[in-house]
Design a protein around this ligand. Structure first.
Ligand code: ADP
Ligand code: MG
Length: 683
């Protein structure tokens, strides 16, 4: 069958290509190039223009150049390791072509004595003579040399020549696929087709033309296909019919009245969005996103009580035991004995655990808190109606989808994340979920005051924290590394611990990456219970834990941290009513970027704004741990460079969702671009 309209060619194995056997295919597979389609995105880094020829006397040593020559003598030493040599000349001088590992027959064929030939290669100079080693693109006829030559970043074992040959072959056989975009969308890209765009993408003179129609169209294809897949997953989850949750809103009102604060507008809005999902007959799959301290917990707990009032059980999962316990205690305080609440902890005694498991299975517990342990197979719920997952941002799409399947059809899912992400990335990362955002922070909250301090002024810092400790406040002291490293100029927590312990004897706790989980929780509990005034640590304390008395955070070597990470660290204080302070210590001679980061932190406490700035400084793909989380790494699209494309894609996907348009025309797009398992049952 002809390839002309069929995308299957693009998804076929590399060995289908001429010149590619198993050996070459395996080399490429190691670089995650599995199909012909994958090869399309291996773009030339630069190209060499070999179309201009030069006289021998004008050659520039070290550069790749093309030259017209006449071979006049073969020099084939029959000694191993000595190269074969062809002496050549033009009217202006002499040049040797050197061949390693080439057969004489081949050399004679391409460089016949007395005939004009064009060769190209890197010009060397040896024993007073120009030379080219293993010359390329040898032609008998200078008019053939119109080659502008792509330089790809090569995989070991694959020559540039082969690579160019392969790509040429693919471009030649590139199928003309039916257009998947609407006319309206195509207008954004001067109506260029996918086929033509790929063609242009590989034309040497187009290297780096990121703002051209062909480039933007292809970037858009990528973005849009990922939105489509997300949208399909969301639709699929929404199609799951569940029993509506029926509850009395008066009870919610009563509870809200009893709080010692007023819910913010965003909290109310988010709660209403959640409630709307709960009372619908579609399964909820929602993300509650809000900066540290924006008050997500209370929203989740009120939603939980609504679910419980409608006769279901609720499970709340936290990333650590200590956080699970804090939530548990808060719920106990809030709901008193009106419902049955429990905590499933690894520290619980065996008989307690068994009792809890039994009671969950018998619907005797309404609200259970725990770590991921509450999703073990042996934990069986009688009537689970809502799963709340706190502080997740490291789950990828696949993990989330599994989660949503977990509780069964009647179980709604609410995820919470304190990691603000740039606006452009929201759909990329969370497009499979509905999203509620809490932007404004409680008004009672005092902004954390942020100062920068030169490391040499540590005495001032000590003086300051002494005063605060005397008032009953506590201090986090954060250092970047666990052990003194000679190479990297980071300060060590252990050294700092010793230093501070001399000034504040027996009042300093130490926590680092090598502390095991049980000990870590113990130390954190000790800090919570004010056994320590200062906690020296690396960056390992999770966000989310409330340390009501800790209102100072000192961050050493702050210039070594990313912006978002500094913001997250800062978020460990400033959750209570006290005035909190963040002191960013730094060594002298900061880089421009480091200065920029510190300036932004001083200026704003808004995590969303900070994430935008962070992305601009660091670039996409490097933002706060999303790398490990299965964040889609685009081949061309760049959320900074192509920001507008992300917005066009978002608008288009919403339009399609609302219009119930048939999406089968995007089948090829999705099959090509998203070869993930997750879509197998969609397209
Ligand atoms: P996060 O969104 O980081 O999970 P929390 O839910 O832990 O934040 O809330 C942080 C603190 O703010 C808690 O002590 C909580 O009681 C308090 N809080 C929540 N909502 C409000 C509000 N509307 N007004 C004042 N304080 C609030
Ligand atoms: Mg929280």
């Amino acid at each position: 069958m002809s390839n002309k309209k069929n995308h299957n060619y693009l998804l076929s194995d590399l060995t289908k290509l001429k010149g590619v056997g198993n050996k070459i295919a395996n080399l490429l597979k190691k670089k995650k190039v599995n199909t012909i389609f994958d090869l399309l995105w291996k773009l030339p880094k630069s190209y060499t223009d070999r179309s201009k020829t030069s006289n021998i006397e004008d050659l520039k040593i070290g550069e790749v150049q093309t030259v017209n020559i006449i071979p006049y003598k073969y020099n084939f030493p029959r000694v191993r390791n000595l190269p074969n040599r062809v002496l050549c000349k033009d009217d202006t001088g002499n040049l040797d072509c050197i061949f390693f590992n080439s057969y004489e027959g081949y050399i004679k064929k391409i460089l016949p004595i007395g005939k004009k030939v064009v060769v190209s290669g890197k010009i060397g100079f040896f024993r007073n003579k120009y030379q080219i080693t293993n010359p390329k693109y040898i032609s008998e006829d200078s008019s053939v040399i119109k080659i502008k030559h792509n330089q790809y970043s090569l995989t070991e074992g694959i020559t540039e020549k082969l690579y160019n040959k392969i790509i040429k072959q693919i471009i030649k056989d590139l199928p003309k696929l039916d257009e998947w975009h609407s006319k309206e969308i195509l207008k954004n890209f001067n109506n260029i087709s996918w086929h033509d765009s790929i063609n242009k993408l590989h034309q040497p003179e187009n290297v780096g033309k990121y703002k051209s129609s062909f480039y933007e169209r292809l970037a858009f294809d990528e973005i849009f296909s990922s939105y489509l897949v997300h949208s399909e997953i969301r639709k699929k989850i929404k199609k799951i019919k569940k029993n509506k949750k029926l509850f009395d809103l008066d009870k919610q009102k009563e509870l809200i009245k009893k709080l010692d604060f007023k819910l913010t507008k965003d909290q109310m809005k988010s709660l209403n969005e959640v409630n709307k999902d709960l009372i619908s007959n579609q399964k909820m799959f929602r993300l509650l996103q809000g900066d540290v301290g924006s008050g997500k917990t209370i929203v989740a707990l009120i939603a939980s009580i609504n679910v419980i009032n409608s006769g279901f059980q609720v499970a709340v999962m936290a990333p650590t035991e200590i956080l699970a316990r804090q939530h548990y205690l808060l719920a106990k305080k809030l709901f008193k004995s009106s419902i049955r609440i429990d905590l499933l902890s690894s520290k619980s005694e065996y008989k307690d655990k068994k009792r809890i498991l039994d009671e969950l299975n018998e619907n005797k517990i309404d609200l259970i808190f725990g770590t991921h342990s509450i999703f073990q197979k042996k934990v069986k719920f009688k009537n689970l109606g809502l799963i709340v997952i706190d502080e997740q941002h490291k789950f990828g799409v696949n993990q989330r989808k599994k989660l949503s399947d977990k509780g069964g059809n009647n179980c709604d899912v609410l995820l919470m994340s304190a990691t603000p992400i740039p606006r452009t990335l929201t759909m990329t990362i969370y497009g499979d979920m509905d999203i509620s955002i809490i932007r404004e922070k409680p008004q009672s909250r005092k902004e954390v005051k942020t100062y920068t301090k030169l490391e040499t002024k540590i005495d001032d810092v000590i003086k300051f924290i002494k005063k605060e400790i005397d008032m009953g406040n506590q201090v986090f002291w954060v250092c970047p590394l666990i052990e003194e490293s000679k190479k990297i100029d980071h300060s060590s927590v252990i050294k700092k611990y010793k230093f501070l312990n001399e000034i504040f004897p027996n009042k300093v706790g130490l926590l680092h990456g090598k502390t095991d989980q049980i000990e870590k929780e113990l130390i954190l509990n000790n800090f919570l219970n004010k056994k320590y005034d200062i906690l020296v640590s690396t960056t390992i304390i999770e966000v989310g834990i409330d340390f009501p008395n800790a209102n100072i955070i000192v961050i050493e070597n702050s210039n070594k941290f990313g912006l978002s990470q500094l913001h997250q660290l800062r978020g460990r204080v400033g959750r209570g009513h006290k005035q909190s302070t963040c002191i960013l210590m730094f060594k002298s001679s900061l880089t421009e970027n480091a200065k920029k980061r510190l300036r932004i932190l001083k200026k704003t406490n808004d995590g969303f704004k900070i994430s935008e700035e962070d992305m601009k400084i660091r670039g996409y793909g490097d933002i706060l741990g999303f790398k490990q989380s299965g964040l889609k790494t685009f081949k061309l699209a760049d959320p900074i460079l192509n920001e507008n494309l992300f917005f066009i894609a978002e608008k288009e996907i919403k339009r399609i969702e609302n219009s119930d348009e048939d999406i089968s025309r995007f089948r090829t797009l999705m099959k090509l671009y998203d070869q993930a398992d997750i879509i197998n049952d969609i397209v």
